[in-house]
Design a protein around this ligand. Structure first.
Ligand code: GLP
Length: 251
């Protein structure tokens, strides 16, 4: 794993936005996996800025969002779909037909999951997936468990994860759906490149477990240690619990 530590969350977002803009210049038809959460909001704002300056071109890119709450449609402002439009897609030059989402209102989640996997395969697989990390180590909505789902599936959310998402639901975690559709851990690990973005001291403990702890399904993010092409982008607060050796090795 390559670890990059920035002085602040703002610098981490800017650094990653620049990296993505460069990747889009090199590979205009980039196939991206994208996360939601509070962490990537700054990244998306920076990408909008770069796009307005003509330095990030999404016109040929294709995107697949990682996850969606069961029961919420695209028009529901609490959905991840609406979050993505608000924070990124409404403000950059990308055609709607190139944006893929899991449909939280699909009648059969099995069929919806199979459709998503087929679409990812038809796109030639994910070139790059950007990830946040839940404070229990979840990726997308792959929650800690004795075994993990390889493919896109319907996940049961832990109360802790529902609390972490309460900000989208007026602060009331009981309104957060109990289930969500999510790419599987195998879907994520089959991306050709992975970037994990984590900022803030609240993530320091789980970042350490993910990067330096044992590889275990109890910390889904630790499985990234098995991937050959992972960059971990941190601010100094999220990196605070890494050993000095690891922090020193980071550029
Ligand atoms: C949600 C998402 C995850 C995300 C996590 C962290 O649970 N499903 O993909 O990584 O939140 O969110 P935040 O960035 O707000 O800490």
């Amino acid at each position: 794993m390559r670890i990059v530590i920035h002085a602040s969350a703002a610098a981490a977002s800017r650094g990653l936005a620049d990296f993505l803009a460069r990747s889009l210049r090199r590979t205009p038809a980039l196939v991206l996996g994208l996360p939601t959460g509070r962490t990537p909001i700054g990244l998306y704002a920076d990408l909008v800025h770069l796009s307005r300056q003509g330095r990030a071109d999404f016109s040929r890119a294709m995107t697949f969002n990682l996850d969606e709450f069961v029961g919420l449609g695209a028009r529901d402002p609490r959905s991840y779909h609406a979050f993505m439009r608000r924070n990124l897609f409404d403000h950059v030059n990308v055609a709607s037909s190139r944006l893929q989402f899991l449909n939280g209102r699909a009648r059969s989640w099995r069929r919806e999951a199979a459709r998503y996997e087929r679409l990812i395969a038809a796109a030639g697989g994910l070139d790059l997936v950007i990830l946040g990390i839940g404070d229990n180590g979840h990726l997308g909505f792959n929650e800690p468990a004795s075994s993990l789902e390889p493919h896109t599936h319907c996940a049961v959310l832990r109360p802790r994860t529902r609390r972490a998402n309460a900000w989208l639901f007026g602060g009331d975690w009981r309104r957060v759906p109990r289930r969500a559709l999510s790419m599987g851990i195998g879907t994520i690990l089959s991306a050709r490149g992975v970037v994990l973005l984590a900022t803030g001291s609240a993530k320091a403990a789980i970042v350490r477990r993910a990067i330096a702890g044992p590889v275990t399904t109890r910390v889904p993010a630790s499985l990234l240690q098995l991937h050959p092409n992972v960059v971990v982008v941190l601010d100094r607060h999220a990196a605070a619990r890494l050993s000095r050796r690891r922090r020193r090795a980071a550029p």
